[in-house]
Design a protein around this ligand. Structure first.
Ligand code: HEC
Length: 177
């Protein structure tokens, strides 16, 4: 009997210790601003969610027109995702993906796989672009895979939003599932 209670006490102590040591899940900030420090090792450490596509292959490829270098068949497009705070799943009631979600599409030269640019969507949160883009920020990346242009206001992002709004049923994204 004594052994039983001793074991019970040790089990309880162990459970308390495990609980105390469990890492606290990080909380996404009210407004998540991504920068070059987030764009390190995208291809090797983020999740590849779509592609590589060439030309009009891929979802709604024929609708792309001149966007996303679709007319240049020497280039591939591959899409990666990452969220440092929570798993990327669509909220059932709002239909939105979580703050902190980053989507990067890298353009690569087919001959040697060199990255030659990219497009990015970042779920900012707060009241960023709340009016017509549910908080997404639209960004172009340069050949080093770093931030080149931020389309900060809703209207400056019109070209991006103009197309991506056709995917409003999936919170403006093609590749997220
Ligand atoms: C002509 C329509 C069109 C325009 C304009 C457009 N996109 Fe896209 N975008 C697409 C389509 C279609 C895809 C699906 C993937 C593919 O085929 O490349 C896509 C995919 C993406 C992706 C990968 C994530 C996803 O949801 O699939 C990112 C990031 C992205 N676009 C960013 C941008 C940014 C930034 C701009 C503005 C500078 C922009 N897009 C302008 C049509 C467009």
């Amino acid at each position: 009997m004594k052994t039983f209670f001793t074991n019970l006490a040790s089990a309880a102590a162990l459970a308390a210790l495990m609980f105390a040591c469990a890492p606290t899940p990080p909380t996404p900030p009210a407004d998540f601003i991504a920068g070059d420090s987030n764009l390190v090792n995208v291809a090797s450490s983020w999740t590849r969610i779509a592609g590589p596509y060439i030309g009009t292959a891929g979802p709604d490829g024929s609708f792309l027109g001149a966007a996303h270098r679709v007319g240049d068949t020497t280039v591939t497009r591959t899409v990666y995702s990452r969220n440092n705070f929570v798993s990327i799943s669509k909220d059932a009631s709002s239909g939105r993906y979580p703050v902190g979600t980053m989507l990067v599409k890298l353009f690569r030269r087919r001959t040697d796989s060199t990255v030659i640019g990219g497009s990015m969507m970042v779920k900012r949160g707060g009241d960023f672009a709340a009016a017509n883009a549910t908080g997404w920020e639209w960004i172009n990346l340069n050949a080093s895979g770093q931030v080149a242009t931020r389309f900060r206001s809703d209207s400056a992002a019109a070209a991006c939003v103009g197309c991506h709004r056709t995917r409003m049923s999936n919170d403006y994204s093609w590749s997220l599932k």
